[in-house]
Design a protein around this ligand. Structure first.
Ligand code: M6R
Length: 612
């Protein structure tokens, strides 16, 4: 989704702004722009369609001098991608410039009204109404004008506004879209997330909904949009390291992040498992009344996309090992249903970014209905992490590639931890607790083994890149992995159509598609449903379908039926998805590369979907 950056201080604003835009690229965008105010009170701006380097090229020809500026990467919602629709947007006289992430739902009515009052619009965006509304209410003070404008606006926004008629400040506001302020020395920064600011200063302030900030070179003030009262905010440490934001020799962030999986598991489990006692310690849940936790009768996992597949794995784990009924709900569906929730229901929002609009809205709905709200979130300080009563951080580090990989591995790992945590509170034996925690401890080494198949997977991708349709099949713990494998292939190698199915469902429809041009990817570890999956493979072979199998090391018979086999080490059935996901993630990257796709920033996709 759109990315926002802003700078006010002693240095050239454009240097930081350009760097921040590059760091925000991962959020997904189709155009970019920047506006800078200089000491002579000139407000200059540049916009470009396409990648940030297009904007950078323009900046070489037309310099944007000045120590105060705002910038934006746009992911089109209202109005097609074009320079005219790129941000910043301005008022009629180009005195006021605005960047915005979110959707102004009532923009049409506002726009009609403003046009009647004589305002001239230059874009098709919802955002432009804000610039004209501020112009309409401006009497020399930018924050007062913005406050008046916001009283009329419905929808979601993270906003940053500058004006040459009130030149020594950036005014920001937030409702349902993320925004952070970063405090430096004689300079201050704003951005959509802290990854854009890491390395520039150490402390951030997370703006909450309903707050407006006035940021000057050496000070800041936060007030309530509702009543103008001053709000004291906590300063938090920035979680990201600049080194985390580099590719470390990999061609793509996605590859780097897949290869980080062993480290990610170490970080997600560090200090959390006590194998000799068969226990899991989750500090984030200790703040809760333990009796309330013990009395949970039902868990609802809310997530979108890849996080929802991790949640499905979590459902199987928690039901089998902790004996608590679990349901997985898509945030986009749950928020519009009439869910049955009570105080013995725990809602766990699962989200890498912690900003997914549908997941967040579902969480709020569940809280209103009295559920205990928890989160499994990667981005520290994100909205979901702040809106939940307690939770577990993934500690997977910044995930820059749009396609989620290492966060998915971490989410499944955290679910394995949770099933032992809840299991041991309930009826799980010491022996079982020990078995699972000991095996979780081995996972980083087992993933290292899987990653050694990298070259083989690259070759398989080369061989199969001529096909345009794929069916992914798995059963029980690996059914969600079939879904994930298909989603990842569609995302990253976007000329290919893929579907993920539960093996048992094959005869209920998808088998009709199978022929020599429709390869099937079977996830078939040596587990409790191995024979069932074998029958599915026989059915595909009988129809001349090509088969790639992900199987357990040592399984020789699989070579008699599958055209290609990728081996994963043996582990507990519940943990096989953590291993089987890795070859599928690698397969997607290499297929995307074969097809010349933009692997890290696939077309049309945004990293975090912060609007509906
Ligand atoms: O940040 P979240 O985990 O809440 O994001 C959820 C989905 O938008 C995300 O997993 C999406 O499906 C990814 N592009 C998958 O690679």
């Amino acid at each position: 989704m759109c990315g926002i950056a802003g700078y006010i201080g002693k240095n050239q604003a454009s240097n930081f702004l350009l760097d921040a835009l590059k760091r925000l690229e991962y959020r997904g965008y189709d155009s970019a722009g920047m506006a800078v105010l200089n000491g002579e009170n000139n407000l200059n701006y540049l916009k470009s369609l396409g990648r940030i380097n297009e904007l950078e090229e323009k900046m070489k020809k037309i310099e944007l001098n000045g120590c105060l500026g705002i910038a934006h990467t746009r992911w089109a919602t209202h109005g097609h991608p074009s320079e005219a629709n790129a941000h910043p947007h301005s008022d009629c006289d180009e005195n006021i410039f605005v960047v915005h992430n979110g959707i102004i739902e009532n923009y049409k009515i506002l726009k009609e009204d403003l046009i009647k009052k004589g305002h001239l619009f230059k874009s098709d965006t919802d955002t432009e109404v804000i610039a004209h509304l501020i112009e309409e209410h401006f009497k020399g003070n930018l924050e007062e004008a913005l406050l008046s404008a916001l009283k009329l606006v419905e929808g979601a926004y993270a906003l940053a506004v500058i004006s040459k008629d009130d030149p020594e400040k950036i005014v920001v506001a937030k409702k349902s879209s993320p925004l952070v302020i970063c405090i430096g020395k004689d300079e201050n920064f704003i951005a959509s997330d802290s990854s854009a600011i890491a390395g520039y200063a150490d402390k951030v302030i997370y703006l909450d909904d309903g707050e407006l900030g006035i940021i000057t070179k050496d000070d800041y003030r936060i007030i309530s949009i509702a009543n103008n009262n001053k709000i004291q905010k906590e300063h938090c440490n920035i979680d990201s390291d600049v080194a985390d934001l580099q590719k470390n020799g990999h061609k793509y962030f996605m590859l780097k992040e897949i290869f980080e999986s062993p480290e990610v598991i170490k970080n997600s489990t560090r200090g959390r498992i006590i194998p000799e006692k068969g226990l899991v310690k989750l500090g984030g849940l200790e703040v809760l009344d333990q009796e309330k936790l013990r009395n949970i009768k039902r868990i609802i996992l809310i997530a979108c996309g890849t996080a929802s597949f991790a949640a499905m794995v979590g459902e199987y784990m928690i039901e089998e090992y902790a004996g608590i009924p679990v349901e997985v709900e898509l945030g986009s569906e749950f928020r519009y249903r009439k869910p049955i929730i009570d105080s013995q229901t725990a809602i766990i929002a699962v989200s890498q970014s912690g900003e997914t609009a549908d997941t967040l809205a579902s969480l709020e709905e569940a809280r209103r209905k009295g559920a205990l709200t928890l989160g499994i979130v990667n981005v520290v300080g994100s909205t979901i992490s702040r809106e939940t009563e307690a939770g577990v951080y993934n500690h997977a580090g910044p995930e820059i590639a749009v396609a989620s990989t290492k966060a998915f591995i971490s989410q499944m790992t955290v679910f394995a931890l949770l099933s032992v945590y809840f299991g041991r509170i309930k009826e799980m034996s010491l022996t079982m607790g020990k078995r699972i925690t000991e095996e979780i401890e081995k996972m980083p080494c087992l993933i290292e083994e899987v990653l050694k198949n990298d070259e083989q997977i690259k070759n398989i991708a080369r061989e199969y890149s001529k096909y345009r349709n794929f069916l992914f099949m798995g059963r029980k713990y690996n059914y969600p992995i079939a879904e994930e494998g298909a989603l990842k292939l569609k995302e990253v190698a976007y000329h290919i159509h893929a579907e993920g199915y539960a093996g048992g469902e094959m005869k209920h429809g998808p088998i009709a598609m199978i022929d020599e041009n429709f390869p099937c990817l079977f996830i078939i570890p040596s587990d409790s449903v191995y024979e069932k999956m074998w029958s599915n493979m026989e059915e595909v072979k009988a129809r001349n379908g090509k088969i790639i199998a992900i199987a357990t090391e040592g399984n020789k018979e699989i070579k008699n039926i599958a055209d290609d086999v990728i081996y994963i080490p043996k582990t507990l059935e519940m943990l096989t998805p953590i291993l089987s996901a890795i070859p599928l993630h690698l397969f997607s990257v290499y297929m995307g590369m074969e097809l010349g796709c933009d692997v890290d920033k696939p077309r049309n996709l945004a990293k975090s979907v912060t609007v509906e």
